[in-house]
Design a protein around this ligand. Structure first.
Ligand code: PXG
Length: 441
């Protein structure tokens, strides 16, 4: 690394979800990005097979978005949205409402996926209270769910390491079983065949245990990303929707990963033709050029909370930078980019090629399952005896050294290439992973 690019010390920055000691002993630095590539401090191009962190859907360094941010910063650097307005926040909410499912178009702005998850849970509770049903307070998540790192999100989330350190979680939470069933569904192409109804029917058991009159909401990722790409079995989400409706329980889709074209439709809700009551989003909402998140709510929820408020402020919730002008400008430019370049359609067209490409790794060493949907892929490796997660970590390093950035979680290699990826680049990702798997023990 040239000296000019090496910070004096790597100690001060406490890196998130990173083995700090290992990283700082052997750092990987990127200093520039454009299109589907990062460029390292030593001048190498790295093909980004993860869209940053599932977020740069249109690829990196998009001029239209950069210029929109520059203009916004020069014109209105900041304005609160507490009891004061600025046009781009309203405009962006309207534009988001044009691509969300019909009627799910009341938009609350946050700054991240974690804040979106907690916001959605709070809105669900406020809704039932506004309807005179404050007894509906339980929140139902799912094993292996990821809804960010705030207390609400880790409570409904299902990742033990994200929870066990942090003491009592939010009270009144229960969990559905996760839907990964490698024994029956290994190497499924797209939605797995087995288990849809039975995994969803687990909600009936939770209802039988607690009674529906105590349950506010169910929150799930339509496709679980962080815990290694878990694609819902056929019929699962439809059945979950039916059960929630039957029991007067709100259904929240956490679309922080699946939103903005990842599956070839604006949201997973449209892809699966299942309409939740609330949708959380973040990441690609601005192509990740400025941090932002949002929660889209049904009109029924918004109208009920507004109509029944007993104080002028209807919802006691919000963030200093909710609807920040730079984020709104980036978001509007991102939506223009997605629309004009037809990137959601492009993802849908590329999905079969992507599916064939990653399933070609079935015979590569250590592979015990391959999962895919839209432009998402996951390859599960057999854990090395006594050293779980090591194989995937080594594969990650080999791929990076060979110029391809993948993401690993446990013993799973996860992919979410930018929606602008070319077929030849998909081939390169797959061949790089194959070579990496051949090199590791
Ligand atoms: N919900 C879902 C479904 C997510 O995937 C969040 C909420 C939280 O978003 P913020 O913006 O607060 O990070 C996420 C985040 C990974 C990985 O490796 C995925 C996420 C974050 C970090 C790593 O898969 N998703």
């Amino acid at each position: 690394m040239p000296d000019t690019l090496r910070p004096n010390s790597l100690d001060a920055f406490w890196m998130p979800f990173t083995p700090n000691r290992a990283f700082k002993a052997d750092p990987r630095m990127v200093v520039r990005a454009e299109g589907v590539h990062y460029y390292t401090s030593d001048g190498r191009a790295i093909l980004d097979a993860t869209s940053g962190l599932w977020c740069c859907a249109a690829g990196h360094g998009r001029k239209r978005i950069v210029e929109a941010i520059q203009r916004a910063a020069a014109e209105l650097d900041y304005a609160t949205t507490f009891n004061l307005g600025h046009p781009s926040a309203f405009e962006f909410a309207n534009r988001l409402g044009e691509i969300t499912p019909d009627g799910i178009d009341r938009i609350f702005f946050t700054n991240s996926g974690s804040e979106s998850a907690d916001t959605a849970l709070k809105i669900a509770l406020a809704y039932h209270r506004a309807r005179g049903k404050p007894g509906k307070y339980r929140l139902i998540g799912r094993e292996r769910g990821y809804h960010g790192t705030n207390f609400g999100g880790i409570s409904v989330g299902g990742i033990v390491r994200n929870r066990m350190t942090y003491g009592p979680m939010v009270a009144g939470v229960d969990h559905l079983p996760h839907t990964l069933d490698i024994a029956r569904n290994a190497f499924s192409r797209g939605e797995p065949e087995h288990g849809g109804a039975e995994f969803a029917d687990a909600l009936e058991r939770i209802v039988a245990l607690h009674d529906a009159s105590t349950i506010a909401a169910v929150i799930v990722e339509p496709v679980a990303g962080s815990t290694g790409v878990i694609v819902p079995p056929k019929g699962y989400l439809k059945r979950l929707r039916e059960l929630c409706t039957r029991h007067d329980i709100l259904l929240i889709f956490d679309e922080v990963i699946t939103g903005f074209g990842r599956l070839g439709a604006p949201f997973a809700a449209q892809y699966f033709d299942v309409t939740p009551d609330l949708i959380t989003m973040a990441k690609a909402i601005t192509n990740a050029a400025v941090p932002m998140g949002a929660v889209a709510c049904s009109r029924e929820i918004y109208d009920t909370i507004l109509a029944n408020a007993d104080t002028p402020i209807e919802l006691f919730h919000g963030y200093t930078t909710s609807g920040h002008p730079l984020a709104c400008a980036a978001g509007l430019a991102a939506l223009d980019t997605y629309r004009d370049e037809k990137l959601f359609e492009r993802a849908a067209e590329l999905a079969p090629y992507w599916e064939d490409a990653i399933h070609a790794l079935r015979d590569a060493p250590h592979v015990i399952d391959i999962r895919n949907l839209g432009l998402i892929g996951g390859i599960e490796l057999e854990p090395r005896p006594g050293a779980a997660t090591q194989r995937a970590l080594e594969a990650f390093r080999k791929c990076f050294d060979a110029g391809v950035l993948v993401r690993v979680t446990g013993d799973i290699i996860a992919f979410s290439p930018p929606l602008i990826v070319e077929k030849a680049q998909i081939d390169r990702i797959v061949e790089t992973v194959r070579a990496a798997l051949r090199q590791i023990a």
